[in-house]
Structure formats: C-alpha cells, structure tokens
Design a protein around this ligand. Structure first.
Ligand code: HEC
Length: 193
C-alpha cells in the first residue's frame, strides 16, 4: 500500500474538522444569533444602569433595591408624587424613593415603561424607533425631546449592533401594563394625577 505522507494526512483531518464545524455553525446560525443577541442585550442593560432608573426600587432587607418583579416597567402609575421639593443653592435635582420620578430645571420626568406592553410600553415600537430615539434624543426620532436624566448623550455612543441587542432583549421581557405619567413642566407645583 502506498503511504500517505504525514502532512497530507494532517491536512485531511484539518479539512474534515473545518467542514464539520462550518456545517454545524450554519445549521444553527439563525437561532444562535438571535439568542446571542438577546443575551448580549441583557448584559448591556444590566451593565448600563437601565434598572437604576427604569425598574422601581423598593425597600429590601439590606436597604433599597430594584423590584425585579416589575423589571423595567418605569414609574409605577399608582405612585402619586407630591409636589417636588424646592431646590436651592447647589442642589439642582432630586429623585423619588422609587428612583423613577426625577426633578430638576427641566421639570419632573418619569421613567418610561420599557417592557413590550403594546399600550403602555414599547410593544408597538420597531427596532428603528428605538435606535432613532437614542440617536436623536427625540421620542421615536421625531417627537418631543427625551428629558433628563435619561443619559442620551452617553447611550448615543452605543453601536447599532449594541442598540439592536438591547432592543431585542427588551422585547423578551414580560409585558407589564403600567401607564407612566406625562412629564411636568418646570415649577409645576401640583401633585401628579
Ligand atoms: C439616570 C436615569 C436613567 C437611566 C440610567 C436610563 N434611563 Fe431611560 N429614561 C429615563 C427617564 C427619566 C426617561 C423619561 C424621559 C422623558 O419623559 O422625556 C427615560 C426614557 C427612556 C425611553 C423612552 C423614550 C421615549 O421617547 O419614549 C427609552 C426607550 C429609554 N429611556 C431607554 C433606556 C435604556 C435602554 C437604558 C439603559 C441602557 C436607560 N433608558 C437608562 C431615565 C433613565
């Protein structure tokens, strides 16, 4: 029998291995990519402070903590805020105990419901609506300006791939029906709702 030179044998094994890897990667390409995108989105949301403001905080055994049963559902509609405190001197802003209502020179803003509820959250948003909001700092890229303290100037630096991943993840959250109040103009001294 003719001997196959060692180099060819090794090459053969490598080629077979490459084909095997490529085939299995192609077979899984679509679901793996979608699942990986959601995973990446979850990672970005958990490291980019979204829960700090969009998940209502409650008092836990070790102090205040985000209430993950209401993850990313925004300012709770049942929490009626009193008039904001008078800010003086170097104090320029304040926030509610839930971390979802904020006051400053812009008035009072309430964090949005980011869950996919169609009426009160992002259920009807497209990926494009989301990306344009973050890129332009305007609601869906064309509405009113998104108010502080939403860190538009920071999140504008996300790549499109990152924003797509974040949006994909947000759309997998349990939908929570929670209608967040409209913002109040500066110096509004009335209680909300
Ligand atoms: C420091 C607090 C804060 C953080 C952190 C924050 N947000 Fe917000 N966000 C807000 C507030 C307040 C609003 C409501 C602003 C308004 O009514 O104009 C808002 C609004 C939004 C909106 C709705 C905009 C619209 O036009 O309806 C989206 C979408 C959003 N945030 C996504 C995110 C995502 C995703 C993250 C994390 C990557 C995040 N936010 C982190 C405070 C925050």
């Amino acid at each position: 029998m003719k001997r196959i030179p060692l180099e060819y044998a090794i090459l053969g094994v490598a080629v077979v291995a490459t084909i095997a890897v490529t085939t299995s990667a192609q077979a899984q390409a679509t679901p793996a990519t979608a699942a990986e995108k959601v995973k990446r989105g979850e990672y970005l949301v958990s490291t980019s402070a979204c829960h700090d403001c969009h998940t209502p905080w409650k008092m836990g055994p070790k102090g205040p903590e985000p209430d993950m049963t209401r993850a990313l559902s925004g300012h709770p509609e049942g929490v009626v805020m009193p008039a904001p405190p008078k800010l003086e001197g170097l104090w320029t802003g304040a926030m509610s105990a839930t971390m979802t209502a904020w006051t400053g020179p812009w008035g009072v803003s309430f964090t949005a419901n980011l869950t996919p509820d169609p009426e009160t959250g992002l259920g009807k948003w497209t990926q494009r609506n989301f990306i344009e909001t973050i890129r332009t700092g305007r609601h869906m890229g064309r509405g009113r300006e998104v108010l502080p303290p939403m860190p538009i100037a920071v999140y504008r630096n996300f790549t499109d791939a990152d924003l797509e991943a974040i949006f994909s993840y947000l759309q997998t959250l349990p939908a929570i029906r929670n209608r967040v109040p409209e913002p109040l103009p500066p110096a509004a001294s009335v209680a909300v709702r």
